[in-house]
Design a protein around this ligand. Structure first.
Ligand SMILES: NC(=O)c1ccc[n+]([C@@H]2O[C@H](COP(=O)([O-])OP(=O)(O)OC[C@H]3O[C@@H](n4cnc5c(N)ncnc54)[C@H](O)[C@@H]3O)[C@@H](O)[C@H]2O)c1
Length: 355
C-alpha cells in the first residue's frame, strides 16, 4: 500500500497556514474536519472517485454540471441556496472536488458563504494539482470575460491524491503539463530535466511544480513584480484562446505561447539559439496540436495581446527568460514591451511555423 502522503507545509502569512498533503490513497481512512462538510463536486468525475471522498469526509454531496460554462454566478447562487436549504451554517467546511473550474467556483463560494467558511481543496486534474488549487485566487466567469468576479481566499488544507490522475484523459494531462513546462522554464531547472525522462515522472514533477508556484506566489502575494513570471507564455496564449473563441483549450494555447515567448526572448537577445531550440523541440515532442486559430491575423493577435493584464500604455508586455530556468528581472518588473518590428517578426514566424 502506498504511503499516506508526503507533506508540504506552506505558511504564506501568519497566522494562516496551508497544509498540503501529496500522496496516494489519501482518502482510504476517515478525515476529521470537526465541521459539517459539504462536498462540492464536478458531476463529470468518475462516480467511484466522488464516493470515496464523500465517505472519507462523511459529507453531504452537492453536484454541479462542471466545465468552464458552469463557472458562473448562477451556479454559485444555486449551490448557495442548496447549502442554506440544507442548513449549512458558519461552522461548515466546503470541500471542493474537481479540476480548476471546481476549485475556482467552490473557493469563491466558501469565501462569501456566511462571510467565509472553512475551505478544503481536492484538485483532481493535473492543471488544478500544479496550479489552480494553489495561490488563493478563486472566482467565476461573466458574459464580459473570464474570472472577472472573485476573491483571494486561502484553503485550510489541500489534498493532492496522485491516484486521481488515472482517469484523466491524455489531452487534459497534456494541458496541465504545459504549466509544469512553464515552471521548468521560469524557475526550476530540475523540473526541466525531469521533463526529458520517459515515462514522465509525474509523481516527482507535481510536488516540485507546487513548490515552484508557492515560492513565487508567496514571495509576491499582491502581484507587484515576481508573480508576473507565472504569466510566461500566457500573453500569447490568452490572445490565442480569445481569437479561437475558447475552442483552443488553455493548456494547448499555453504550449504554443511558451514556444512563442521563448522565441521572443531569443529575438530580443536574452535567450541563446541553442536554448530556444531545446525548448521548441521538447514542447513539440509532447504532441500538442500547436496550430494557430483559423481566423488568425497579425492585427487580431496584436489587438488581443493589448488586453493582457500586464499591458502598459496600450502595449503588451512579455515575461522573458535568459536561460532555461530563469526569468529576467527588468529591475523587479519581470516583464517588458517589445519593439513593434520584433513583434511583427515573431508573428510572421508563428504564421510560417504553426499557421
Ligand atoms: N485560481 C487559479 O489560480 C487558477 C489557475 C489556473 C487555472 N485556473 C482555472 O482553472 C480552470 C481550468 O482547470 P481544469 O483544466 O482543471 O478544468 P476542469 O475543472 O474543467 O477540468 C477539466 C476536465 O477534466 C475532468 N476531470 C478533472 N479531474 C478528472 C479526473 N481525475 N478524472 C477524470 N476527469 C477529470 C473535468 O470533469 C473536466 O471535464 C479554468 O477555469 C481556469 O480559469 C485557475
Amino acid at each position: 500500500m502506498a504511503k499516506r502522503g508526503e507533506k508540504i507545509i506552506w505558511r504564506p502569512s501568519k497566522p494562516q497556514s496551508i497544509e498540503t498533503l501529496i500522496g496516494k490513497n489519501l482518502f482510504e481512512k476517515p478525515i476529521y474536519t470537526f465541521k459539517r462538510a459539504a462536498l462540492i463536486a464536478d458531476a463529470s468525475l468518475p462516480t467511484s472517485l466522488i464516493e470515496t471522498v464523500q465517505a472519507s469526509f462523511r459529507a453531504q454531496l452537492f453536484l454541479f454540471s462542471g466545465g468552464e460554462k458552469a463557472k458562473t454566478r448562477e451556479t454559485k447562487q444555486k449551490l448557495e441556496d442548496q447549502l442554506m436549504e440544507a442548513g449549512f451554517g458558519k461552522d461548515s467546511s466546503i470541500v471542493s472536488l474537481g479540476g480548476g473550474v471546481t476549485s475556482d467556483l467552490a473557493g469563491f463560494l466558501a469565501a462569501t458563504y456566511m462571510r467565509g467558511v472553512e475551505l478544503i481543496l481536492i484538485p483532481t486534474s493535473l492543471l488544478a494539482m500544479v496550479d489552480a488549487a494553489f495561490g488563493g485566487k478563486c472566482g467565476v466567469n461573466t458574459p464580459f470575460g473570464k474570472n472577472l468576479i472573485g476573491a483571494t481566499y486561502l484553503p485550510k488544507t489541500i489534498y493532492v491524491d496522485l491516484n486521481f490522475l488515472a482517469t484523466l484523459s491524455e489531452r487534459e494531462k497534456r494541458c496541465g503539463l504545459a504549466e509544469v513546462i512553464k515552471y521548468g522554464l521560469i524557475q526550476d531547472l530540475s523540473i526541466w530535466k525531469l521533463l526529458k525522462k520517459k515515462p514522465l515522472p509525474l509523481d516527482a514533477l507535481i510536488p516540485r511544480s507546487i513548490q515552484c508556484k508557492l515560492n513565487i506566489a508567496g514571495a509576491d502575494p499582491l502581484e507587484k513584480g515576481l508573480r508576473r513570471i507565472l504569466n510566461f507564455g500566457h500573453t500569447v496564449a490568452h490572445a490565442l484562446e480569445s481569437l479561437s473563441n475558447y475552442s483552443i483549450p488553455h493548456g494547448e494555447a499555453v504550449a504554443l505561447g511558451l514556444i512563442a515567448e521563448s522565441a521572443l526572448s531569443h529575438r530580443l537577445g536574452h535567450l541563446s539559439q541553442k536554448a530556444f531550440q531545446e525548448i521548441k523541440t521538447l514542447i513539440e515532442g509532447f504532441s500538442y496540436p500547436l496550430k494557430l486559430p483559423s481566423n488568425f491575423s497579425s492585427a487580431f493577435l496584436r489587438d488581443a495581446m493589448r488586453l493582457d493584464k500586464k499591458s502598459k500604455g496600450g502595449a503588451p508586455r512579455f515575461v522573458q527568460i535568459d536561460r532555461i530556468g530563469r526569468a529576467v528581472s527588468f529591475a523587479g518588473d519581470y516583464c517588458r514591451s517589445a519593439p513593434k518590428k520584433e513583434l511583427e517578426a515573431l508573428i510572421a514566424w508563428l504564421k510560417k511555423n504553426y499557421g
